[in-house]
Design a protein around this ligand. Structure first.
Ligand code: MN
Length: 324
């Protein structure tokens, strides 16, 4: 017997302490973003062991990269459907343009949330002012009743709140006594946490939510399980308190994601989320034919991204494997 899986997901099921809820440790795989020098991102969602955390369905983590070495980010106009994108930076600056006519600079500590809905297109490029590029790009799946909603773009700058040794920026949902005013289509949480060296922070959280903690820097113990940089710790529902300890002598940083389990089966392919192979084929066709469905991006210097060829096999819907 041989494992024919070319991209096996690593799943470390730690926790020897039987009183603590189980944290699944999801490891990242490196994915080139494309472009002349091909900046690489670390992708922890989706993967074989997990498709979604709440409605969060895509987690890309990158940097700190010196753009002189990597070429930075340069993603030509491309479409999205059935999802929202969240851009969150730790350092650097990205210029965003979309088919709503939005032209925005994405900066550290500032939420930029784009709703694709029925269809949008956008470009993303790090600016010439950027030396170190470092951040995350996250996607949110839209529920059936809202997945054809209008395009939208929101910008919001959360004020940091302090809880013990943690500084927290709540960009979506509520935690640590702060609430983001930005609307979501399912109950969601998104926050950046900076933890002082050797500090422990206890956060009350929604028991109806499942949670993910993406560690950016430092080693962070999440309710008994140690997470290293670039790992995503997953905790299922039924927990009303999260205990996070920075086990290092320097500040740690992490992104906390949460939401009520997203029960719909989705089909994710390229930049589209639908419910069937047919949905994906139609979206691809519309993009290739420059349909109004996605509109046009003004001001980007270069060509738009062509869609890859559809796989010959029907793309099967995905749902989360059952959490043990
Ligand atoms: Mn995009």
């Amino acid at each position: 017997m041989s494992n024919v899986e070319v991209d096996p997901a690593e799943l470390r099921c730690a926790t020897a302490d039987h009183d603590l809820p189980q944290v699944d440790v999801l490891s990242a795989r490196d994915v080139p973003l494309g472009g002349p020098r091909a900046m690489t991102v670390r992708r922890t969602l989706p993967q074989r062991a997990r498709t979604l955390i709440g409605a969060w369905c895509f987690v890309d983590h990158y940097g700190p990269d010196n753009v002189a070495d990597t070429g930075g980010m340069d993603v030509p106009p491309h479409p999205h459907t059935g999802l929202q994108t969240v851009s969150w930076l730790f350092s650097g600056e990205i210029e965003h343009r979309d088919s709503l006519g939005s032209h925005a600079l994405v900066r550290p500590g500032e939420l930029n949330l784009m709703t694709g809905g029925y269809g949008i297109s956008h470009s993303e490029a790090s600016t010439t002012r950027t030396t170190i590029l470092h951040g995350v790009q996250l996607w949110v799946a839209l529920p059936e009743e809202h997945r054809h909603t209008d395009r939208d773009f929101r910008h919001y700058v959360p004020r940091p709140v302090r809880v013990g040794g943690a500084e927290i920026r709540v960009f979506l949902g509520s935690v640590a006594g702060d609430t983001s005013p930005v609307r979501t289509f399912t109950p969601l949480l998104g926050a950046e946490l900076v933890l002082e060296p050797r500090s422990t922070t206890t956060l009350p959280v929604e028991a109806a939510f499942e949670h993910g903690l993406l560690v950016d820097q430092g080693d962070v113990r999440m309710t008994g399980t140690l997470l290293r940089p670039a790992e995503l710790g997953y905790l299922g529902t039924g927990i009303d308190t999260l205990t996070l300890t920075n086990e290092t002598d320097t500040p740690a940083r992490a992104v906390l994601l949460g939401g009520t389990p997203f029960e719909e089966h989705i089909v994710m392919w390229w930049n589209f989320i639908g419910r069937s192979h047919q949905d994906i084929a139609e979206a691809r066709e519309a993009w290739e034919n420059a349909s109004d469905r996605f509109g046009g991006v003004e001001g980007y210097d270069g060509d738009r991204l062509p869609a890859p060829a559809l796989p010959h096999a029907t793309i099967a819907p995905r749902k989360n494997p059952t959490h043990r």
